[in-house]
Design a protein around this ligand. Structure first.
Ligand code: IVH
Length: 694
């Protein structure tokens, strides 16, 4: 199938097709490798696989757990798991000069540095490959792992040994720390990629969509002989666990890496301040096309390790580093149609259907128009010539209209009823999104919610891909999450049996039931996230779980908070990052009778595990709730908060009788008075520092 069709897939269609292809390929793989009984000829297999690869390239979030990563997987079980000594994190992105200056300012504020203090950074090309962690003990290579979910990766030691054998990575080195995890990027040069694809094509083997996919596909081979035959390279640029000394700064660490024989990129520079960072960014950007490897931006890192340490992390990325991405690629084309899609929360998203156009190497035929206001603000009409852009993995967007081209005649009229279920479209005050009011009576919303419910970071039920959800909902098998856990019983009691439908069969049904059964015990935070409440992402779900501990306590507290302006409500908004807006969405969920029924119905079908107390460690403030008020002297508020949280304390914004410590500096006002009247423990900053050990 052609590129154009892939480019025109909506994320929704892509997900459905990828899951269908994946199921097919997995079945064919098993038949071929384990049963030695190929179900299809090679060219059918290859074209399905190529199509899946192309879809995954355009929608990288679909690439997880895909058989494309395990070409010809001969072993059923895959790689062993490795827990990283220190998690492998991702980076925040910067897109504009202002973002970069703000990055520098944020650091200055966080560390309370004077305005004339120069901050030294290291700027490095952001290599477009896959990250790897190489563990050395006493200077000898012991293990290699992919990033995986950041905490746990796949054991690719045998495969990395093939790079060691070729002299691309040292086996051992002198003057080494006792333990060091060296992190870097495995990549394939453009030249190696072209040569590999040519050889693959000649041999009638699968070709790769780009160097990154080729590198990933080559490293994640269960048969290391295949990895050995592939031209992979490494750039080392960071470290994980360390027992020993590697210098006082990132630059010194990079010098060590070079001295130990690791390949370190030659366009890495130390830059003093944002201006120099931006200069180097421009220089790298200008030379980008001439590099023999793909890069997608420049990474900036604070050079001093002591500062890195103090800056720490926000959820999954360090405060001391950022990835400055190269600008989005743009093109102009004609807007042919505007279609409305209905999402999980009923939000109606206008999608532009475009005359297919090549945007930086990818053919784009659909793009998002975000919402009704955006269409109006941009003055976009069907028939206009528009500018579209895509950057990295994000969905292409319509940026605006090309004014001097022939214009469409009529303004787009946003529908007053839902295109899927016909319910009224409503717009809450102060909100941009218009929503279908049909709730769970809207087929699109039901399916999207179930999709979210079974997704990887929620219930993670394998075998409930988009296509199957579509089938099960349309056929009346499931409507609400709880029905998933009743499916097996329903199937054995009803007149119709799932096994008898086309495309199902005994094995597939048994596998699905096993996958469902495997998930009927779930952590509270996943459970909360799975509900798909607006604005409640993974981080918020985790905070709620840690705050309330048990499902029952969370449920009862939310119901108690619904009338607002009471203790339960104040307790809810005292949780970090939960303000009136997020609280409003949570309580709106609980205020709906049908949601509560669905929630209780679900809770009856499964076991919800209590949340773990925050960082149970031996920190004296672990699990305690702390309020900072007034001025702090030794560190900024942000640093104090981050430090307290890293010790397992909960930093909350307002004082209540549940507050364990109030740390009051000069100028503390009403919070201090309140703390005193409640008889809480009030500490000076110094006493607090003594409590947490300096
Ligand atoms: S530093 C804690 N440096 O980009 C920070 N990452 O978006 C660790 N990457 O997962 C990453 N080039 O795979 C760093 N010079 C570079 C990089 C780089 C590419 C990748 C890496 C990381 C991703 C984050």
């Amino acid at each position: 199938m052609s590129q154009i069709e892939i480019a025109s897939l909506t994320p929704f269609e892509a997900r459905a097709e990828a899951s269908a292809l994946r199921e097919k390929l997995t079945r064919w793989d098993l038949a071929y490798h384990q049963a030695d009984a190929p179900e299809v000829d090679d060219s059918t297999y290859d074209s399905a696989r190529r199509r899946l690869l192309a879809i995954e390239e355009r929608f990288p979030e679909l690439a997880r757990n895909s058989p494309t990563a395990k070409i010809g997987a001969p072993v059923a079980d895959g790689f062993g798991k490795v827990r990283h000594g220190v998690p492998m994190l991702s980076l925040d992105n910067a897109f504009t000069e202002d973002d970069v200056r703000e990055f520098e300012n944020r650091i200055r504020r966080f560390l309370a540095l004077p305005p004339d203090q120069i901050i030294a950074f290291v700027a490095e090309p952001k290599i477009d490959g896959l990250s790897i962690s190489l563990r050395y003990e006493h200077g000898r290579f012991v293990r290699a792992a992919t990033r995986g979910d950041g905490a746990e990766g796949e054991d690719v030691t045998a495969n990395v040994r093939t790079l060691i054998a070729k002299g691309k990575i040292p086996e051992s080195f002198e003057a080494a720390p006792d333990v060091i995890e060296i992190r870097g990027e495995i990549y394939m040069t453009k030249a190696d990629f072209l040569a590999l694809n040519q050889a693959q094509e000649t041999a009638g083997d699968k070709v790769f969509a780009n160097p990154r996919n080729a590198a990933a596909g080559s490293l994640r081979q269960l048969d290391s002989a295949i990895t050995a035959s592939r031209p992979l390279s490494l750039f080392a640029y960071a470290m994980g666990e360390l027992a020993g000394d590697v210098g006082a700064s990132h630059s010194q660490f990079l010098d060590r890496l070079r001295a130990w024989g690791f390949p370190v990129n030659d366009r890495i520079r130390q830059c003093l301040g944002a201006d120099e960072l931006l200069e180097h960014y421009a220089a790298i950007g200008a030379g980008r096309a001439n590099l023999d490897y793909d890069i997608d931006g420049v990474v900036y890192k604070v050079d001093r390790f002591d500062w890195q340490q103090r800056l720490g992390f926000v959820s999954r990325s360090p405060r001391w580093a950022i990835a400055h991405k190269f600008p989005a690629e743009q093109a102009t084309t004609v807007l042919e149609k505007i279609e409305i899609q209905v999402g999980r929360t009923g939000a109606l998203t206008p999608v532009a259907h475009l005359r297919p156009v090549n945007v930086g190497g990818v053919v784009v035929s659909r793009a998002t128009l975000h919402n009704a206001d955006e269409i109006e603000r941009k003055g976009v009409r069907v028939g206009d010539t528009v500018i579209v852009q895509r950057a990295g993995d994000v969905i292409p967007q319509v940026v605006g209209v090309v004014a001097d081209q022939p214009r469409g005649e009529t303004d787009f009229v946003f529908p007053a009823t839902c295109p899927v279920c016909g319910s009224h479209v409503i717009q809450a005050e102060g909100e941009v999104a218009r929503r279908c009011s049909g709730g769970l009576s809207c087929g699109a919303q039901v399916k999207e919610r179930l999709r979210h419910f079974v997704s990887r970071n929620a219930f993670d039920i394998e075998g409930l891909g988009d296509e199957n959800i579509e089938f099960l909902v349309d056929g009346g098998w499931i409507k609400a999450p709880a029905d998933i856990f009743r499916l097996e019983a329903k199937n054995s009691q009803g007149l119709q049996r799932l096994q008898n439908f086309k495309g199902w069969g005994e094995k597939k049904v048994a596998k699905l039931f096993a996958a469902i059964a495997a998930r009927n015990t779930i952590a509270l935070e996943r459970f909360i996230f799975a509900l798909g409440i607006r604005q409640v992402g993974e981080a918020t779900a985790k905070r709620l779980a840690r705050h309330y501990g048990t499902f029952q306590s969370w449920r009862d507290s939310m119901l108690a908070a619904v009338p607002r302006e009471n203790d339960a409500y104040h307790d809810l908004i005292s949780i970090e990052d939960i303000g009136p807006s997020v609280a409003g969405d949570i309580l709106a969920f609980f205020a709906e009778d049908h949601n509560l029924k669905a929630l209780d119905d679900l809770a009856e079908q499964i076991t919800i595990e209590d949340a773990q107390v925050i960082e149970a460690g031996d920190s004296p403030v672990s699990g305690k709730s702390v309020v900072f008020t007034g001025e702090l002297v030794a560190m900024t508020r942000a640093e104090a908060k981050a430090r307290a949280e890293s010790l397992g304390a909960k930093v909350v914004g307002s004082v209540s009788k549940k507050t364990d410590y109030v740390v009051a500096g000069p100028g503390a006002g009403s919070k201090l008075t309140q703390a005193e009247s409640l008889g809480l423990t009030v500490l000076t900053e110094q006493q607090w520092l003594e409590l947490i050990g300096g």
